[in-house]
Design a protein around this ligand. Structure first.
Ligand SMILES: Nc1ncnc2c1ncn2[C@@H]1O[C@H](COP(=O)(O)OP(=O)(O)O)[C@@H](O)[C@H]1O
Ligand code: SF4
Ligand SMILES: [Mg+2]
Length: 328
């Protein structure tokens, strides 16, 4: 088995939020609630779920942009979950990020060349070496070298996102985290960027955590997929296995909501009915219960389902799989 790059163990990130607009009392919002997984070298690990389910909060915890409430994050075997900012310095260059909006992630007053020179300066690289590395990276993300002389407002979203990937690769980091990195792009440009990431994975051995609300994107790109719902992991499996045997009712609904490839294809859409619980709601029971078509009274509303391995490598948190491996 290849080297472990990221290991997250029982990670929790809770926020204190006001109970109401005029209220002085607080409630606890469980944005990430007991999440565990491992990412190995060369793996593209996908995290998918609706907006607000805690994907970006999870990302911030892994990058240690803020404190974690409980649990641990290991980077290449080192527990970084309680390190102070000064101690985190050596890890910052090893974990790079690609953001959703490439336009706001580049300094508009600098050319791309100046942006790269600035990174080289911060990390103590020789100017000539920085220039050489910049040209090499631009070629790697399949852009012409003269693009280095342009400013962000002279570039398209797709070009800028390629450059954001190049920037993330600058220091040859062992780990890249991409949060909704293709969500702001047109579908055809999205496909080009996804193919570029796949090529870079093959040529450079990239290890990546790829976050998206879009299941189609995750299916195309990722080796492993983790499905999140209101702060918790509901299903986790290698991508092929997950899409061949969707177990959790939420994953099934997400897949059925995918746009059909052809208008004549049958629409087996599962409508998510009922009001979603909130990550603030306390109490036991399954968080998906109000929207679940398999809801079992006396079970799903009482006991919180735990994530368990129902077939090798395929984990699900749902009472339907408590006794038998598969009931459907
Ligand atoms: N700093 C914060 N303070 C309070 N609540 C927050 C904060 N950051 C995120 N949240 C809440 O945590 C939940 C998860 O948010 P987020 O991680 O941004 O979700 P996603 O990236 O999946 O859309 C949401 O309910 C959001 O409102
Ligand atoms: S535990 Fe019950 S409510 Fe939750 S997803 Fe499974 S069947 Fe539905
Ligand atoms: Mg987000």
């Amino acid at each position: 088995m290849s080297e472990e790059i990221i290991r997250v163990e029982h990670l929790k990130k809770y926020f204190q939020v006001r109970s109401g607009f005029f209220s002085k009392s607080h409630k606890v919002l469980k944005a990430v609630d007991d999440v565990s997984f491992t990412i190995r070298k060369g793996e593209i690990f996908g995290v998918v779920g609706e907006s607000g389910c805690g994907k970006s909060t999870l990302a911030r915890c892994i990058l240690r942009l803020g404190d974690v409430t409980d649990g641990n994050v290991f980077f290449q075997g080192h527990d970084i979950s309680r390190l102070k900012p000064a101690q985190l310095k050596e890890y910052r260059s090893k974990m790079q990020m690609v953001f959703q909006n490439p336009f706001s992630s580049f300094n508009p007053s600098m050319t791309i060349r100046q942006t790269f020179l600035e990174i080289g300066r911060v990390y103590g690289m020789e100017r000539a070496a920085t220039e050489e590395r910049s040209r090499e990276l631009v070629r790697q993300v399949r852009l012409p070298e003269d693009i280095l002389l342009r400013r962000p407002n002279e570039l398209s979203g797709g070009q800028l996102q390629r450059l954001a990937i190049a920037r993330a690769l600058f220091l040859n980091p062992p780990f890249i985290l991409a949060d909704e990195a293709v969500s702001a792009l047109d579908v055809s440009v999205q496909a080009q960027i996804l193919n570029l990431i796949l090529d870079l994975r093959d040529s450079l051995g990239l290890t990546m955590l790829f976050i998206s609300h879009d299941l189609t994107v995750v299916e195309h790109l990722c080796d492993t997929v983790l499905v999140m719902y209101l702060g918790s992991v509901v299903e986790l499996a290698p991508t092929r296995e997950l899409f061949a045997n969707l177990l959790h009712p939420y994953s099934q609904a997400l897949v059925s909501a995918k746009p059909r490839e052809h208008p004549d294809a049958p629409a087996n859409r599962i409508m998510l009915e009922g009001e979603a619980k909130s990550a603030i709601d306390g109490g036991s029971g399954c968080r998906f219960a109000p929207r679940c078509r398999y809801f079992q009274s006396g079970k799903c509303d009482c006991d919180t389902p735990v994530l368990r391995e129902v077939t090798p490598g395929h984990f699900v948190a749902c009472h339907r799989y408590d006794e038998t491996e598969e009931k459907q």
